[in-house]
Design a protein around this ligand. Structure first.
Ligand SMILES: NC(=O)c1ccc[n+]([C@@H]2O[C@H](COP(=O)([O-])OP(=O)(O)OC[C@H]3O[C@@H](n4cnc5c(N)ncnc54)[C@H](OP(=O)(O)O)[C@@H]3O)[C@@H](O)[C@H]2O)c1
Length: 252
């Protein structure tokens, strides 16, 4: 893992990272815990992986708990926040990282696939923001997840990119509703990152082509996203809200 240039600390802060049993969310959960935060490792299916993340954090001296909640279902978001309060007594930082991607040409998009991606990526992000509006401590932080493919316009990505377009607009819209409590809300838009979500259904030549589109000629790794997330979650980012930051090695 790369070291940070401007170290910050999250001691005493409670962070929910949705979808942190693997991928980018897992790396973020571990990074927040390493800087002293109480971390909620949220997941929807794989309790074994989530418990493994919690065990690793605790073994390194951190605080974490795993909470199952499908963020595509609003009552489960409520339960996620309620259990976070029971365990850690509050919520300071929400990272809406959980997301699904399924890429197919327009003629192959089914209603079920459209509804599921919008449920997790859009409804999940929106209602987690609503739960945060009701419960988050003053001076809190919300980080939503978009994607740089909103700027790449790849064929087959229309539904997924559409979900993230909605997330970016919510981020802009909600900044002024959160402002009176000193809460900032921003979005990160990674480029391609080496996770199961990115690797699924891609050939080696497709991956090589995508890698060749950034300035550094390598695939992003999950810890390439960490510094930007910790910065937006920290005190130094207090004047940044309603923005989307592309973290993509110059991909678009
Ligand atoms: N990887 C990339 O290239 C890339 C690029 C741009 C943006 N992003 C965005 O970054 C975020 C993380 O992506 P990733 O690549 O790390 O994905 P990933 O490797 O597929 O991991 C997804 C995580 O989300 C959880 N999850 C999935 N559905 C959920 C639900 N309904 N409720 C709660 N948790 C759920 C999964 O847990 P379970 O297995 O338990 O369900 C897993 O922990 C997503 O929003 C994605 O759109 C990724």
């Amino acid at each position: 893992m790369h070291s940070s240039v401007y170290p910050t600390t999250f001691t005493g802060k409670t962070v929910i990272v949705t979808g942190s049993s693997r991928g980018i969310g897992r790396t973020l959960a571990e990074a927040f815990a390493a800087q002293g935060a109480n971390v909620v490792v949220n997941y929807s299916n794989n309790s074994g992986k989530a418990e493994e993340v919690v065990r690793g954090i605790k073994a390194a001296g951190g605080q974490a708990t795993a909470i199952r909640a499908d963020v595509g279902r609003v009552p489960e978001i409520e339960s996620l926040f309620a259990q976070t309060f029971e365990t850690f007594g509050g919520i300071d930082i929400l990272v809406n990282n959980a997301g699904l991607m399924h890429t197919v040409p327009l003629l192959q998009v089914t209603e079920e696939d459209f509804d599921r991606q919008f449920a997790v990526n859009v409804k999940g992000t929106f209602f987690a923001c609503q739960a945060a509006a009701a419960r988050m401590n003053e001076g809190g932080r919300i980080i939503n997840f978009s994607t740089s493919v909103t700027g790449a316009m790849f064929p087959g990505y229309s539904v997924y990119a559409g979900t993230k377009g909605a997330v970016e607009q919510f981020t802009r819209q909600l900044a002024k509703e959160f402002g009176p409590k000193g809460i900032t809300i921003n979005a990160l838009a990674p480029g391609p990152v080496n996770t199961e979500l990115f690797m699924q259904d891609k050939s080696e030549s497709q991956i090589a082509g995508i890698v060749g589109m950034n300035a550094f000629g390598r695939l992003g790794e999950t810890d390439d996203i960490t510094g930007a997330a910790l910065f937006l979650a920290g005190e130094d980012a207090r004047w940044i809200t309603g923005q989307t930051l592309r973290v993509n090695g110059g991909f678009v």
